[in-house]
Design a protein around this ligand. Structure first.
Ligand code: FES
Length: 174
């Protein structure tokens, strides 16, 4: 199966912004920025704080607010978000599942794991389960090649996966 289609940015902009206002977030962000010689240097931790506080993704309004706050162009923030897989520019499930699709995992059955998860939840990679519990994506090497094929679920690592064990790990977290 192919990856799920990326949502239309114009539609994303219509969604409500979850969580605290940006003014409220400044209390957490100002000490972070103060540790860097240049405001723009704090981009990654600032985005992380904002994403976690606001529903696990970066709403177009959040992106604009971060750009203003760090005194950088909005395109710069968007470039960072699209480069790092840990940042999301669209709504995601309560936990993000990342299945490795790089060579070691591929050679040890990653595609069968991916197929099993797509079948079980009726979604394509990049999609979110109907109950919004999981967003399931593929990613590049997770640095866990010795336990290939593997996946991350939030911060937890699972290795030596089979199609059955991958589904079981997720079902046990529901
Ligand atoms: S190739 Fe999958 S963890 Fe390295």
């Amino acid at each position: 199966m192919s990856h799920a289609t990326r949502p239309d940015p114009a539609e994303l902009a219509k969604l409500p912004v979850e969580g605290p206002s940006f003014d409220e977030l400044r209390a957490k962000l100002d000490p972070v920025v103060a540790r860097y010689p240049a405001r723009a240097g704090a981009m990654l931790p600032v985005l992380w704080v904002v994403q976690r506080a606001r529903g696990g993704w970066l709403h177009p309004q959040s992106i604009r607010e971060v750009a203003d706050y760090l005194h950088v162009p909005q395109a710069h923030v968007e470039g960072v978000i699209t480069f790092y897989t840990m940042f999301k520019d669209h709504p995601v499930g309560r936990e993000v599942v990342m299945v490795c699709k790089t060579l070691s995992c591929r050679l040890r059955g990653a595609q069968d794991v991916i197929d099993a998860l797509e079948d079980r939840y009726g979604i394509e990679m990049g999609g979110t389960t109907a109950d919004r519990r999981f967003t399931i994506e593929t990613g590049e090497c997770l640095g866990l090649c010795d336990m290939a094929p593997c996946m991350l679920v939030g911060k937890d690592r699972f290795g030596d996966l089979t199609p059955e064990s991958a589904v079981k790990h997720l079902e046990e977290r529901r």
